[in-house]
Write a protein that binds this ligand. Sequence first.
Ligand code: 5GP
Length: 179
Amino acid sequence: MMEQDMQEILFTREEVTARIRDLAAQITRDYQGKSPAVIGILRGSFIFMADLVRELNLPLTLDFMSASSYGSGTVSSGLVDIKLDTSEPITGRDVLLVEDILDTGNTLSKLVAELKKRNPASIKLCVLLDKPDRRTQPIQADYVGFQIPDAFVVGCGLDFDQRYRQLPYIGVLKPEIYE
Ligand code: 5GP
């Protein structure tokens, strides 16, 4: 599916599925006896979140947010603009934030700081992909599907110009697609 637009396929559908199953097993163990509030960050997280939660054997609740950050990423007090907030309060809840990719960390570090003000019992971060080389903020994910090098990837929820999100694999686009 649209494989002709890919320079390289980093992770096949089967590899992604297997890795998500492992992550879910680990999360299920870590949250034994708890009822986490799983919060997906739209839009990129929706496919990963759907795959992940169906493998979690926990009495969880699901919610969504979307946010964009503005101001310099180096200003730790920088603001985050919450475009869509959760439907349920998170006070006292064990929050598991689910995102497609952790890149510079700008948006997520601000969002986590904002959510901490609401006094959740705990807050952890789960990402399908992590690009540690690109990080400018002191944030790391508690659960990472795959670490990847600094390349622009699409698929499994990740887009280029709102396209390719539905691809069942993680691929690197051919440079001519950008031009
Ligand atoms: P950050 O605030 O960590 O720099 O930005 C993270 C956001 O940038 C992700 O949620 C995602 O939307 C976008 N992003 C970062 N790297 C990639 C990538 O390789 N591919 C795609 N499609 N989006 C990316």
